[in-house]
Design a protein around this ligand. Structure first.
Ligand code: GLU
Length: 446
């Protein structure tokens, strides 16, 4: 059974780059009839905040990602303590007492001598007495994982055959001297405990993978499958930051960007499929394939989002927007014909309010030429109206007045809608109806 996780730390708002990781995991789970775990990496109790965790959950659900399971690392310390204990007993987790300054000096000496600045494992050589003496001085241990010096291979779902020489790495610190955990161990312990089969994450984590595979193998016998995708960058090549709040999902929602547009952009940028509007996450899932994700940069132009969002709206079926229309006050007998009439003119969904006002509520008509409008009013057909009413009416006006083109149509648009441009009047007129049309043509607010 496939099980994946999206593991943000709740220290800020997630942005479209984080959404890329979330969608990759979610679509991968859906494709394989698996499940999706939302794991909050909140071991940093100072920087993590509940409001960010809630915000992330809201953002994910708004984008159509409903987690099957939600866990918080802050509630799972007992598991990490047990794993640390096990590693200590196996002789794979050892106490070190160097200060940051000492380590820094040692690194500089190594570099000067032309040797790689890898931790020299001096702490492994300490005798019990030396350790006791250091502790008596008030030093507290931080704990390092003793790596086996071998080449770690994995077949990356995105990058293909990959390897890292563990012997070229410093033994990683898993526990700080104040007893808090760095990200490495809790992540592995949770992935084991939750039965994660595939770890799909950004390529900024590739360097963690050799260490984590060794931890998996030590604690559970085997590691999950890994896939590291390229990170989204802005058109100018800049990375996205959680802290700046730029391109956060919350701000895009506020700007009226469609969630499906975010999904398409986050998923298809930097893949072999061009970014284009999709009608559902299911459709996007059919296009998505980790092996189609390029290894090069995944640049996107943030100005494309608004256009993609509008194009996404223009293709939406009425059935997919019924409840959203109701939330904007659009419901009743006219709603179903209203949607296809106006959707092609929407920039954001909330623009429906203005067009609903035009067909259902009161507007101030703009009368450019009162004489012309009253001539048109005299020819206004009786109801019932249909899609041909407009062309029959305007043909009659043309014949009577000799006007054509913009001179014929534009004053009618201004009178009927109060606006310079908008949806096809052939579709709007039946929705506006004769009573309102007649009042507006004679200059009355209606
Ligand atoms: N909390 C980590 C991050 O946001 C998770 C990394 C991982 O997926 O293993 O980068």
């Amino acid at each position: 059974m496939t099980r994946v996780r999206f593991a943000p730390s709740p220290t800020g708002h997630i942005h479209i780059g984080n959404a890329r990781t979330a969608f990759f995991n979610f679509l991968f789970a859906k494709k394989n009839s698996g499940s999706f775990v939302l794991r909050f990496d909140d071991t940093d109790l100072e920087r993590s905040r509940e409001e960010y965790a809630q915000g992330i959950e809201t953002d994910l659900r708004w984008m159509g990602i409903d987690p099957d399971v939600i866990v918080r690392q802050s509630q799972r310390f007992a598991l990490y303590d047990a794993a640390a204990q096990k590693l200590k007993e196996m002789g794979r987790l050892y106490p070190c007492y160097e200060t940051a300054d000492e380590l820094d000096r040692r690194r500089k000496r190594q570099i000067a001598r032309g040797v790689p600045p890898v931790y020299d494992r001096a702490a492994l050589k300490l005798t019990d007495e030396e350790r006791a003496a250091l502790e008596a001085q008030g030093r507290k241990a931080h704990w390092r994982f003793k790596l086996e010096e071998r080449t770690m291979h994995w077949n990356d779902l995105v990058r293909g055959e990959s390897h890292i020489e563990a012997g070229s790495l410093s033994d990683p610190v898993l526990i700080r001297e104040d007893g808090t955990y760095l990200y490495t161990l809790p992540s592995v312990v949770d992935d084991i405990d939750l039965g994660i089969t595939h770890v799909i994450r950004g390529e900024d984590h590739v360097t963690n993978t050799a260490v984590q595979i060794q931890l998996f193998e030590t604690l559970a016998g085997k590691a999950p499958i890994f896939g590291h995708h390229n990170l989204l960058t802005t058109a100018s090549g800049e990375g996205l930051s959680k802290r700046s709040g730029a391109l956060s999902i919350a701000s895009l929602r506020q700007a009226g960007i469609e969630p499906l547009a975010i999904a398409a952009l986050a998923t298809l940028t930097g893949s072999s499929d061009a970014v284009h509007p999709v009608a559902s996450l299911q459709e996007l899932g059919g296009l998505f394939d980790l092996s189609h994700v390029s290894r090069g940069a995944a640049r996107f132009d943030e100005n494309e989002l608004a256009t993609l969002s509008a194009r996404t709206l223009h293709a939406m079926a009425f059935g997919d927007v019924v409840s959203r229309l109701a939330q904007e006050g659009v419901s009743g007998a006219k709603a179903e014909a209203f949607w296809p009439a106006v959707r092609g003119n929407l920039e954001t969904f909330s623009d429906v309010r203005e067009w609903w006002r035009v067909v259902e509520q009161v507007i101030d008509p703009v009368i450019e030429d009162a004489e012309y409008c009253s001539a048109a009013l005299a020819l206004l057909p009786d109801e019932p109206y249909d899609a041909q009413t407009w062309s029959r009416w305007t043909a009659a006006i043309k014949e009577r007045t000799g006007r054509k083109g913009k001179m014929l149509f534009h004053p009618l648009r201004l009178a009927l809608t109060g606006k310079d441009s908008g949806p096809e009047l052939a579709q709007l007129l039946p929705l506006i109806g004769r009573v309102k049309a007649a009042a507006r043509l004679s200059g009355q607010s209606s």
